[in-house]
Design a protein around this ligand. Structure first.
Ligand code: FES
Length: 354
């Protein structure tokens, strides 16, 4: 029921128009945009029917009473339920009876207070919208003039204009002081230098399977398989293992040489076996998903996708550039080896901007 359906004499004495409802300014030459004001106020059923208002009042009181009962139950549970008693609650299984009772009663007590307050506000409190005009926040001209005069007076009394020696040394002290903060930056540790641009891969390092810890031969790599490798000599119990593997982690995949479209990729591979950095060039997550049919690898963090048959270029997602490729070959004993380090920094593109 809206106020339009109610006879005028039954409406409450308060009129919405008193609060700026309806148009409050018309357009003219000085002000070409009319202020539409607030929409007409609609009376709620509780505003015009005392019985409905009483019903709402009872609902609110009932919710507040429920909250009181729940609080009493909370205290009673705390006092009476032993600490080690457990109960079965589907689907949680066996849980502490005390924790369950405390959680439930506290939850009901808080919920009932909130629900009661919301129902009270929505049905019984005044819902007339009021436009409150903003006042200018600028200070009065007299106040501004006084502040300026006080400032000039202060400057004059400090004799800063006359005492040039004090003024010069003060500015010197203020300018130098922040340098002490700059010096503290040294505590962040030694500068990384070029360390982040290189990995421990070098010419002749064997490609070692991270799972078996054995060097790999080309015959160990089946077409379509994905294998994770580390450089020979890097062991898990090495002190700097995490630091080094974070840059040197490599994945190798065997493709049919005919499927490799990128000429450099083909030249840096061995019998279709290609080795790429496993560190995503977006923000450095380890790449782990390989789609055999499409030759795509996918980063699980933000779904960047790289095409391993085409120089690992980015075909989808936020990564900024292709995965760096490691040039590989086979040594005299038939093991896969690196033919050098990566020729670009691995991981996020940040280092390329330096
Ligand atoms: S870290 Fe790989 S897509 Fe974001």
């Amino acid at each position: 029921m809206s106020s339009q359906d109610i006879p005028e004499e039954n409406l409450p004495a308060e009129r919405a128009d008193e609060h700026g409802h309806g148009a409050v300014a018309v357009a003219n030459e000085d002000n070409p945009f009319a202020d539409p004001g607030l929409p007409p106020h609609e009376h709620r059923i509780q505003d015009i029917d005392e019985r409905a208002a009483k019903r709402s009042e009872r609902v609110v009181a009932m919710l507040f009473t429920l909250s009181m009962l729940a609080t009493v139950a909370f205290i009673a549970s705390y006092v009476t339920i032993p600490n080690d008693k457990s109960i079965f609650v589907f689907p949680l299984g066996h849980i502490s009876a005390l924790n369950f009772a405390l959680g439930m009663t506290l939850g009901v007590a808080l919920f009932a207070i909130g629900a009661g307050a919301v129902h009270w506000a929505r049905t019984l409190m005044s819902d007339v919208e009021i436009a409150d005009e903003r006042h200018p926040i600028e200070a009065e001209p007299e106040v501004k003039a006084k502040v300026l005069a006080d400032f000039k007076q202060g400057a004059k009394e400090s004799a800063l204009g006359r005492r040039k020696l004090i003024r010069t040394t003060m500015f010197g002290a203020l300018a130098l002081f922040p340098l002490s903060g700059v010096m503290l930056l040294r505590d962040l540790g030694p500068l990384p230098g070029t360390k982040l641009r290189h990995t421990i891969w070098s010419k002749g390092k064997l490609l070692v399977n991270v799972n078996t810890n054995e060097p790999l031969r080309p015959s160990d790599i089946a077409v379509g398989s994905l294998t994770f490798v580390k450089p020979e000599g890097l062991e898990e119990n090495d002190e700097d293992f995490q630091q080094e593997i974070a840059k040197a982690a490599v994945m190798i995949v065997r493709l049919q040489p005919d499927n490799i479209k990128d000429k450099r990729e083909l030249a840096w591979s061995h019998e279709g076996i290609v080795a790429y950095s496993k560190i995503c060039t977006h923000v450095g997550c380890p790449i782990s998903l390989y789609e055999q049919q499409t030759h795509h690898v996918l980063c699980p963090c933000h779904q960047s996708t790289f095409d391993l048959s085409d120089g690992a270029r980015v075909i989808f997602g936020p990564a900024g550039h292709a995965l760096p490729q490691l040039r590989i070959g086979v040594n005299d004993e038939g093991y896969l080896e690196a033919l050098g380090d990566f020729d670009e920094p691995v991981g996020p593109a940040f280092w390329e901007r330096g």
